[in-house]
Design a protein around this ligand. Sequence first.
Ligand code: HEM
Ligand code: HEM
Length: 177
Amino acid sequence: MNASPEKYDPIARLLHWLVLVLLIVQFGIAWTMPEIGRDSKPEGLIAWHLSVGTLILLVIVLRIVWRLTHAVPPSPTTIPAWQRSLSRLTHFLLYAILLVLPVIGWGNASSRGWDVSLFGVVTLPRLFAQGSALGHELGDIHALLATILLIVAGLHVAAALYHQFIVKDRTLARMLP
Ligand code: HEM
Ligand code: HEM
């Protein structure tokens, strides 16, 4: 048996850990920024939330393009088929949420009449007209989806720890430097 199964390629590993760091920063901002209401302005921590979110959107698009154009190392054959299917489903869900969550936040920001930019360098077009009812609804969906992301990512991290400390295989090593 191969004692050191192939790792994910360096760019895939870099993007994986970069997204983790950006998410920690983004949740830190989301939980400390002022409550967003009708009269809020996109300033201070709220502006940071929009810019870091835009950066996450950019990185996740790059990551998905990279994933679709580069081979993934085969998972160890010791892992039962149902667990491999479950991990594929979880990974797909994580990618899908990471793509949809920032777009929904962007839609909500548009309906508030806020311009979304990447730290003031590039400004994104508005997805909805100011005052759009649908764009407004997206605010609640955005917060709900962020909670779902935390739950799915929590399951993912629990699975990684289970492989590392209980099964004691080299799954985690596939994603480490
Ligand atoms: C993966 C990236 C993102 C995560 C994890 C995230 C997370 C969150 C969370 C947890 C909240 C709720 C804060 C609270 O408790 O009140 C929130 C609110 C909000 N976020 Fe994000 N966000 C992300 C990206 C974005 C982006 C890209 C934008 C806009 C460009 C955005 C705009 C907003 C707005 C406008 C709200 C207030 C929603 C409302 O209460 O109506 N977010 N975000
Ligand atoms: C301490 C935190 C984390 C650890 C230890 C960890 C560990 C891992 C490991 C070991 C893999 C490879 C799985 C395999 O070989 O099949 C992986 C893949 C993956 N991780 Fe994480 N992860 C963490 C956080 C996150 C977070 C926060 C996200 C996103 C929200 C995430 C998204 C993904 C995705 C989408 C894959 C699939 C890669 C692919 O096949 O394209 N991870 N992670």
